[in-house]
Design a protein around this ligand. Sequence first.
Ligand SMILES: [Zn+2]
Ligand SMILES: [Zn+2]
Length: 925
Amino acid sequence: MSETRNMAQYSPEGLEERWYDRWENAGLFAPDEDLPGAPFVITLPPPNVTGILHMGHCLGNAIQDTLIRWARMRGQPTLWVPGTDHASIATEQVVTRQMAADGIDKRAAGREAFLERAWVWKEKTHSRITQQIRRLGCSLDWKREAFTMDEARNRAVTEAFVRLKEKGLIYRDVYLVNWCPHCLTAISDDEVEYQELQGHYWHLIYPLADGSGQVTVATTRPETMFGDTAVAVHPSDPERSRLIGKTVLLPLTGREIPIIGDHHADPEKGTGFVKITPAHDPNDFQVGRRHDLPQVICMTPEGVMNESAGKFAGLDRYACREAVVAALGDEGLLGKVEAQEHQVGHHDRCGTIIEPYLSRQWFLRMDQLAQPAVKAVADGEVMLYPERWIGVFNNWMTNIRDWCISRQLWWGHRIPVWYCDGCGGEIAAVEAPTACPDCGGEALRRDEDVLDTWFSSWLWTFSPLGWPEATADLKRYHPTSVLVTAADIIFFWVARMMMASYEFLGEKPFGEVLFTGIVRDDDGRKMSKSLGNSPDPIDLIDKYGADALRCSLVMLTPTGQDIFFSEATLEVGRNFCNKIFQATKLVLGTWDEAGLPAREEAPATAPRILDLQKALGAHDWHDDAGAWFTELWEAVFGTPLPANVGDEDLELADRWVLGRLMRTVADYEDAMGRRRLNDASYGVFNFFRHEFCDWYLEAVKSRMRDADARAVAVQVPVLVLGVAYKLLHPVMPFITEELWSWLPPARGFLMVSSLPENAGAETFAADQERFGRVMEIVTVIRNLRNELDVAPGRRGRVLLRVPDPDQVDDLREDAAEITLLSKLEEVTVVCGGDDPAPAGTGVCGTVEVFLLMAGLVDLDKERQRLTKELDKVRGWIKGCEAKLANEKFTANAPAEVVRKQEELLAENRATAETLAQRLMALAEG
Ligand SMILES: [Zn+2]
Ligand SMILES: [Zn+2]
């Protein structure tokens, strides 16, 4: 028995880490290969190796661990593969900054020195993030841990690149890419974050070269005019298209550029003329390709104007903007200036405004790869939860653009392409070539760039399992079962993983995707490091325990919806932990007093799969509830019931709570199947806290105190506890494992015990209904006690009156239960007869409830209260009557309003009558 049991309040301190070590040392995180079922597999979305755990991770990881533990307890061989991501740009930035702080320039130090330092940093931060994941309780198979840049994963990435290159899907081209002038690298479309900024539309006047007039173009970026190589109008624009073929003189440079016809120019928008800057705008790039326009680059990679900008060369792009606007104004070539909000792309990693930039990059052709992924979602081979993401997914996939996969960075997988100085050939190879296969030349240079980080993550369902080797793991555990991830990386990652899996393995990567919501603060803002509104999850775990954090996150978050998180929500989890703890102490205290056998440390003997239908089939709860209970006990614990329970030993409250337990098991199974983890855990929470603690433990208390009855009686709550721990374990693994270890009939680890399934939801249905009525009557009595302000310690007498003599016997049987739960002296049941007086009255269906006041209540005070109440209601009646007597009202008001008024009058009259009767009853008393 743990010393934890002596605590007054539950405290998870130290206990959680202890259990994690025990599970790991016992090898419970590895899949149990002796189990017959299909494997259940998740590959952990790899956190950045240099990152720290944030609230978004906690939500995602809590959901994954809940699913993993649930599958494990259902008897499936279960594998959750851990890993971390090298996070190319993020890590490169951190290491560059660290070197700069030491006075070292990254480029001067060179690639090797830089990488050496980056690896040291990676090793250091790796243990931090993995330790944090452990604190959360994640049951990951650490022996299979992978890193996106370790040797095996490097091999996978290279293999994937070479295969796609050989297939002609990877090509190199000069193309307009999203360029970060700060990080000096190309980034993909998906790494661009759009923000609405206040800007301007500047109208620039370009004079016609022949002096016959001018055209006006509108732009948000006047500094790019130095890269203009045409002005476009729509070819069917009746007025302006006349100018096609003429030329304009580009202001401030005098360069002559043509006016062309292209449908990109919208006659309804702006001035109808559009400046075309192929090297600095993605749409213009396309226009330039159509018309074979020159591509004039007017900035350096750092975003500084170059020699194309003439006297503006050397100015930063934004300084140049102001200077150009001023210069055009001076020359009378600046037209209207309109304030305008517009979407500006920023680099999501560093916040710098991206610059569309012409450069030579590697691309992956996507349209062909996308096809099987689209089909898989359409056919339901891969399910997306919530389903609203299907539309978003399809929309992106049908408009998919080629993926720019090269990055001008060092921390990453270096592109496996070598260039031959001898013949200019290009060699893509898994192993570094020693000589050129074409000319035999040995002067080979490797491509300087690395691959986009996502080029390794998109292999993540199979590269951690050993691909491209045909490993046993790959054969057994792929496709994986579920992917749990934030929806904002649906394109970066989810869609691409599907493409990679179909391309390289010819099968789906996972059967379903659960998108998690965003964790927001109380004000609805996304929690982020930069806003400083995100608590450190480890601090929260230290303070409240991982169970409380997991429980609050999972239980309060409907699948896929955003969660509004504040520390107060953790109180729910913490209070619940304490509730379970106290209930367990109470019940086990009775167990010990009853002299029932203590726990034996022996291996578990219960089967790993617990189909209740099969286990209990022979014992019908209808005919022999005692035998049914005995069988259930053995199925749940795998040990015999210590004190014999006969049919007659199970009282109404017992049968009710066992029925509710079976219903809870069924609801849980159903909700988990539909991936509604919040409903599943909330259902158990509600059953445990409300029905088991508030009602059942009250009902069984007197038998637990009775020395003759308690050995038999205590077994019911012990069984309920055992099953509740099982249902709660996936979401609250630590406290449930701890308390399971106290349960005398239990054996082995809860974590690998079996989850009851296939429960009869209608078990003890009639008793559930009957005890439901008891609860209602007790609630009415409790309300009456409150209304009449009866002191808590004072017991009293209640009379229940029913119209139907058949009801009397039933109700008499339940009288003892009602007496107990309502803390009364006596409950009498009668059929018909006069109202007892004086009494507080209430109604529950056909049962009238009279709480007899004699000796309970100060009658004078009650008389005053009723008189006051009656006066108030009589006032209302007068108001209603006056209104209805008013002909103007009855003639003009809508019939509905008049009818409502009549109803209100009738209601008030009835109330007045009741009050008057009660007053009379008091007078008689
Ligand atoms: Zn950047
Ligand atoms: Zn060659």
